[in-house]
Design a binder for this molecule. Structure first.
Ligand SMILES: Cc1ncc(C[n+]2csc(CCOP(=O)(O)OP(=O)(O)O)c2C)c(N)n1
Ligand SMILES: [Mg+2]
Length: 341
């Protein structure tokens, strides 16, 4: 297989330790995701879950640049990586997946509803397109606070999938964001499919940036498999949103390496709607592989050091699982706590 290495899109203004942090964060997400299938199969995780393997650069290249908890992050049900990137400890993520009281949502949210408001993470959302109207409200509140109460120029980052681009509520929210000029960074996680339906089969206009522009939101499309491209674009765009107070739309082209969710065969990465060859082609652009090659080529890390990072990360995941398994389930008398009625 040809060796792929990320290319630096701009001048080096990123420190070596930041590059290593980026690598470590992507690896933490990957290793945690790899561990959950077995836990689900062993009936330790209930409900449903969706993995982020292949899409790690979308969070690693953006979230560490934010001023959390004052900036806010919203995302879909594919949310384990977003929580880790926001600083939620792996232990609390894993405990939530196992429905334990020590989880970041007290064991009542599960995989699709990780949330950690004290860290600025306003949660995953099981509704396709759901985070977008919520971002409208969060963006409005941030602008209101900044204008009326003298708050800082904080922003909301909202992640959603290509399938969400066909949802009515998303376009209604975009219209209002374009009208009110709100400080939101929309990140379209275009992984090419909504469950088994490809973008080509589901939309008459696959130019998503054009759709955002139609609502008065400027935007661009970038390579979401190259974490350095993502980081450079995010830095530029975040600065712009803080300065202008206006929303921006970043479409990030990416690919999920395993099935849509736990019900879409996770033992192999190809299924009826995509070929093994297609998956393998995208795997050559694995963001972790690309950054790893870059770090080696530049002499920033050698294989021994990379193996040591991997061993630490695997240990962190093993520790998170042990912590979750040893944690109690939420007590019965907490059944009605934090429930709207
Ligand atoms: C309103 C709504 N309709 C349908 C579903 C069922 N559903 C869950 S995930 C999904 C696909 C969404 O794909 P996309 O937005 O591309 O996100 P991805 O899973 O690829 O990250 C669908 C249709 C849902 N959760 N919510
Ligand atoms: Mg998708």
């Amino acid at each position: 297989m040809a060796k792929t290495t990320v290319e630096r899109p701009a001048e080096d203004h990123i420190q070596q330790n930041e590059l290593i942090d980026l690598y470590r964060l992507m690896l933490r997400i990957r290793r945690l995701e790899e561990s959950v299938y077995r836990l689900f199969r062993d009936a330790k995780i209930g409900g449903y879950l969706h993995r982020y393997d292949g899409q790690e650069a979308l969070v690693a290249g953006v979230i560490p640049l934010l001023q959390l908890p004052h900036d806010k992050v919203l995302c879909t049900y594919r949310d384990h990586g977003h929580a880790l990137a926001c600083g939620t400890p792996a232990r609390e993520v894993m405990a939530e997946l196992l429905g334990r009281a020590t989880g970041c949502a007290g064991g009542k949210g599960g995989s699709m509803h990780l949330i950690d408001p004290p860290r600025g993470f306003l949660g995953g959302d099981g509704i396709v397109g759901g985070p977008v109207p919520i971002a409208l409200g969060v963006g409005y509140a941030l602008k209101y606070r900044a204008r009326m109460l003298g708050g800082g120029n904080h922003i909301c980052v909202c992640y959603f999938g290509d399938g969400a681009m066909n949802q009515g509520g998303v376009h209604e929210a975009f219209n209002m964001v374009g009208l009110y000029k709100l400080p939101i960074l929309f990140i379209l996680e275009n992984n090419q499919y909504a469950m088994g339906t490809s973008v080509a089969r589901s939309t008459g206009q696959p130019d998503f940036v054009l759709k955002a522009k139609a609502h008065g939101i400027d935007g661009e499309k970038i390579d979401g498999m190259n974490v350095l491209t993502v980081r450079d674009a995010a830095q530029r765009v975040i600065d712009r949103i803080r300065e202008t107070g206006e929303a921006y739309f970043l479409e990030m082209e990416c690919y999920r390496f395993v099935g849509h969710g736990i019900g879409d065969d996770n033992t192999k990465s190809w299924t009826t709607y995509r070929t093994e060859a297609e998956v393998n082609e995208w795997r050559k652009r694995d963001p972790i592989l690309q950054l790893g090659n870059y770090l080696q080529d530049r002499g920033i890390l050698d294989t021994t050091q990379m193996d040591a990072i991997d061993a630490e990360v695997r240990q962190e995941v093993a520790d998170a699982i042990a912590f979750a398994e040893a944690s109690p389930e939420p007590p019965l008398d907490s059944l009605y706590e934090n429930v709207f009625s």
